[in-house]
Design a binder for this molecule. Structure first.
Ligand code: MN
Length: 199
């Protein structure tokens, strides 16, 4: 079976004014779509899941093309779910996000400290990549990955991610990655999705 581009979980203009419909028309409609097309061209008909393909090809230089496209398909689908209109700010300390709030306090000391560390990771990822809040052995951590790399290839459980490739923010923020990351944290993070991902 071929892989399909999953539908966006919100309307293309739903994240404005922070992320424009124009950005999403390129980022979802062109970039994400191209990763799906490239992956299908590379693997053909397969019964394997995206996750299986990612784990099997991770670290194998001869399979870099398959890994990069498969991981980028997975990462983008996860990124759209990490966003919601009217999201962001501190996670509610009541269910379903209550455990996320508690996990953040346990790992970072406070939500403000989490914000500081997440921003540092997202802004200092040199070139293209991703910033993530993950669970690693049950503990909350902030990690950054380069290019297509993804925590699921390293045994970690992602809770949310922020795409820091320039294509994610350049039309709206130009070179101002810190402003994009701030908007992500203040207005867009989907904490309900983070709570659903808790291991
Ligand atoms: Mn992207």
């Amino acid at each position: 079976m071929a892989f399909a581009l999953p539908p966006l979980p919100f309307a293309q203009d739903a994240l404005e004014p922070h992320i424009s419909a124009n950005t999403l028309s390129f980022h979802y409609g062109k970039h994400h779509n191209a990763y799906v097309t490239n992956l299908n061209n590379l693997v053909g008909e397969t019964d394997k899941s995206l996750e299986e393909i990612i784990k099997e090809t991770s670290g194998d230089a001869s399979k870099a093309g398959v890994f990069n496209n498969a991981a980028q398909v997975w990462n983008h689908t996860f990124y759209w779910s990490s966003l919601k209109p009217g999201g962001g700010g501190a996670p509610p300390s009541t269910p379903p996000a209550g455990d996320v709030a508690a996990g953040i306090d346990a790992a970072f000391g406070s939500y403000d400290k989490f914000v500081e560390e997440f921003k540092t990771a997202a802004v200092t990822q040199f070139g293209s990549g991703w910033a993530w809040l993950v669970q690693d052995g049950g503990e909350f951590k902030i990690v950054k990955t380069a290019n297509a790399d993804t925590p699921i290839a390293h045994g970690q459980t992602p809770l949310i991610t922020c795409d820091v490739w320039e294509h994610a923010y350049y039309l709206d923020f130009q070179n101002r990655r810190p402003d994009y990351v701030q908007a992500f944290l203040d207005h867009l993070v989907n904490w309900d999705f983070a709570a659903q991902n808790l291991g």
